[in-house]
Design a protein around this ligand. Structure first.
Ligand code: ADP
Ligand code: MG
Length: 721
């Protein structure tokens, strides 16, 4: 008999064991039994192709009519399209990058195909369906009949190991399995009426009916949510127990001076969040806080207040920004807000003044040397920088606070690299302007406390967004250029955003291209510039900005734009995050369907930052009633970043949702989906905190399970380093 920890060799043959190891990295019975069915084929629920509706989960019995693969245009990869027919109608099956299936999906073969009905270019299709082909020479009726009363599990498979073969292996493993001890506290199991772990494993692979399978799936999904929350809450508790230097607010310091000189009053939201942060840094334990805010909600000044509080207590703050454009802007903004307070050691500087310095990868050797010295001596209270801040040559006198701006661009490793430059565990504030739904925050940033800033500063005018479909309304684009000229003549400025730097390959851009094929020409900065400045925009001053320019050029262009020497910036997404020029009122986004929903929201957040209303025009050549157009309509339809991020996340794969190894133990998430399983995640977090309250020592099996996962997460971390 076997346990979950038993080696697979004891249960399966040597060859199969090796294949499972090579393909999936499985070595134990537990590994294999965690390979869950995607769905079950059920005889008796066969559908007619002619009756399929979009969104239905269906199984059909059909014959392969044609199969052909082709390369995708404009990006890497290929697509295999298989047309099947059941006599009532035809249906298209598509597979991305699985051309090998062409070998088994031969014309004339019959099989059962299962999947969710989608629509693409007006045609119904199944993308990546599961299937079971009927062996040649077998009587079809008999083959179908043999499924009678049975729920045939369909596993994620590959050419080397088809689903039915995996099913055989799993059957052997389940057969050999001893009663599996259940780590889930009984009170929780009873609360939800879940099966035991053993029952759940058996029923998931070999259910008596679909309800039982569903209950088993819920139990195991819950386990994933529960263990992850337990892990994150444990980590949070451990972090909270570390010793840090308390940096409470002190009167008469820089913080007071800033508050007295701020050109505006903080919003109620900013005050509330600022208080949460001030309370945190006043503790002798490190702050670990996420500040997520709507685009333009004024996070920078909130972060600056925390930095000043640390400086007032003799410490330094580091501000990590994802791009040079943004780092340079932070330097300008902070120096401007601080005025004489940032002129420490200089004539005319105030007594309590500090210095602000910048460290980036592309600065001159002399500038860098100065900045490094200021950071190391402690003369610079605020050190702003890009990735270059993480470099070995960067040292601090007393690093007390790390602020990470636009967190989604940085991973845990980078946070840790900066932390290691402090003598004591520093306080940490991570900021993101990509609002994310609560449960995503709970999963991705579950070891952080979360502050949310939804409110925009008073007097902000809403941004109006329109979609310009050039296919249907070609004249509207001309109107867009006229609008820009009008705004400029009223003293305002504008952005034009293009997906590409120059005409040519998709790689030549500052964004990752979205899924989907398109052969139409895509707008580029280098083409638009001359085109517009020689034509529709010849009366205004236009300048290009993109990632291939030198840091000096980018910086001087941004400065010139800020100083109104440039009217219109034609740029790629280098301006996506953080750029703050309140005088800019119009943004035209070319080929807007090329961008993600949250990205568009970020981009348009660059306008409407002052007191004049903002206008954002989404130019697209996508035809009406396509999903591309729906996404653009969604962006035009709301200014709520939280709602848009949900739409955005729904279209991504789970791995992308969770980001780059934000939380250890992610590899243990197989069934959990952060959006679909929201209420389960919230419950699991509550349950986990109750269990921690009671003390893990009361639940020895659970404690062992958690320790195993922690060990795995640690080894994953080491693997990467
Ligand atoms: P984000 O949260 O997107 O990083 P910023 O910190 O760049 O936003 O702030 C956006 C703009 O709002 C800046 O020009 C800033 O000076 C201004 N701002 C911030 N707080 C306030 C406030 N309380 N009242 C008016 N303007 C504010
Ligand atoms: Mg910002």
């Amino acid at each position: 008999m076997a346990t979950l920890d038993s080696k697979l060799v004891g249960v399966l043959g040597d060859r199969t064991t090796k294949v499972l190891k090579d393909l999936f990295g499985y070595t134990t019975v537990g590994d294999l039994l965690h390979h869950y069915p995607r769905r079950y084929l059920v005889r008796g629920e066969l559908s007619n192709i002619s009756e399929l509706n979009e969104g239905d989960e269906v199984t059909i019995l059909a014959e392969i009519f044609s199969a052909s693969s082709r390369r995708l245009q404009g990006r890497k990869g290929n697509i295999l399209e298989v047309i099947v027919t059941d006599g009532s109608a035809k249906l298209s099956l598509t597979f991305f990058n699985q051309a090998w299936r062409e070998k088994e999906l031969k014309v004339g073969k019959q099989g059962l195909f299962a999947g969710k009905v989608g629509v693409f270019n007006g045609k119904r299709q199944l993308a990546h369906p599961d299937y079971e082909l009927i062996a040649d020479g077998n009587d079809v009726d008999a083959a179908v009949e043999s499924f009678a009363g049975k729920y045939l599990p369909m596993y994620p498979a590959s050419a080397k190991l088809p689903s039915w073969k995996i099913a055989q292996c799993i059957e052997l493993a389940v057969g050999a399995l001893d009663e599996v001890p259940d780590f889930l506290p009984e009170s929780i199991r009873e609360k939800y009426g879940y099966p035991t772990l053993h029952q759940a494993i058996v029923q998931l692979h070999n259910p008596v009916d679909l309800d039982t399978a569903e209950k088993a799936r819920q139990r195991i999904t819950y386990d994933e949510a529960f263990l992850l929350q337990l892990l994150l809450l444990t980590r949070r508790k451990e972090l909270k127990n570390l010793d840090a230097v308390a940096r409470p607010a002190r009167s008469g310091g820089l913080l007071d001076a800033l508050d007295a000189s701020l050109p505006y009053e903080l919003t109620a939201g900013q005050k509330e969040v600022a208080k949460e942060i001030a309370d945190d840094v006043a503790q002798p334990h490190p702050m670990h806080r996420l500040l997520q805010g709507e685009v333009g909600s004024g996070k920078t000044v909130v972060a600056l207040r925390a930095m000043l509080s640390v400086i007032d207590n003799g410490g330094q703050a580091a501000l990590l920004a994802p791009t040079e454009v943004l780092a340079a802007q932070h330097l300008r903004t902070i120096e401007k807000l601080l005025g004489p307070l940032s002129q420490g050691g200089m004539l005319g500087g105030s007594d309590i003044a500090t210095q602000v310095t910048l460290i980036t990868g592309s600065q001159s050797a002399a500038a860098r040397k100065d900045a490094l010295a200021l950071a190391a001596s402690g003369a610079a209270g605020i050190v702003i920088g890009t990735h270059a801040l993480l470099g070995e040559s960067v040292a601090f006198n007393d690093l007390g606070l790390i602020v990470v701006d636009e967190q989604h661009r940085f991973g845990v490793e980078q946070r840790d690299a900066l932390k290691s430059k402090a003598q004591n565990p520093p306080h940490l504030l991570v900021m993101t302007a990509t609002p994310i739904p609560r449960t995503v925050a709970m999963t991705v940033f579950g070891d952080l406390d979360v502050s949310t800033l939804r409110e925009l500063p008073l007097g902000r005018q809403p941004i109006t967004t329109h979609v310009i479909p050039v296919l249907e309304k070609p004249g509207f684009l001309e109107r867009a250029w006229e609008r820009i000229t009008e705004e400029v003549s009223q003293g305002h400025q504008a952005y034009i955003v293009a997906p590409r730097i120059s005409a040519g390959t998709p790689e030549d851009s500052d964004i990752d291209f979205l899924m989907g094929e398109s052969s139409t020409e895509i707008a580029s900065v280098e083409e638009l510039g001359p085109l517009l400045s020689g034509g529709a925009l010849k009366t205004v001053k236009v300048a290009p900005l993109h990632g291939r320019q030198s840091a000096e050029l980018k910086d001087s262009t941004m400065r010139a734009f800020t100083d109104k020497e440039i009217d219109v910036l034609i740029s790629t997404t280098v301006i996506e995050v953080g750029v703050d020029v309140p005088n800019a009122t119009v943004m035209v986004i070319m080929d807007a369907d090329r961008f993600g929903v949250s990205q568009l929201h970020q981009l348009r957040g660059r306008v409407g930052r002052g007191t004049s209303p903002g206008l954002c025009l989404l130019v697209t050549s996508a035809p009406a009633e396509t999903s591309a157009r729906e996404r653009l309509d969604a962006v035009a339809g709301t200014l709520d970043g939280f709602e848009l991020s949900r739409i955005d996340l729904e279209q991504r794969r789970e791995g992308d949702v969770l980001g780059v190894s934000q939380s250890g133990g992610r590899s243990h998430l197989r069934l959990l989906r952060v959006l679909r399983d929201e209420s389960m995640i919230e419950q699991a977090r509550e349950d986990a905190s109750i269990i921690l309250e009671l003390g893990l020592s009361q639940f020895p099996l659970l404690a062992t399970e958690l320790a195993d996962i922690q060990a795995d997460a640690a080894s994953e971390y080491i693997d990467k380093a």
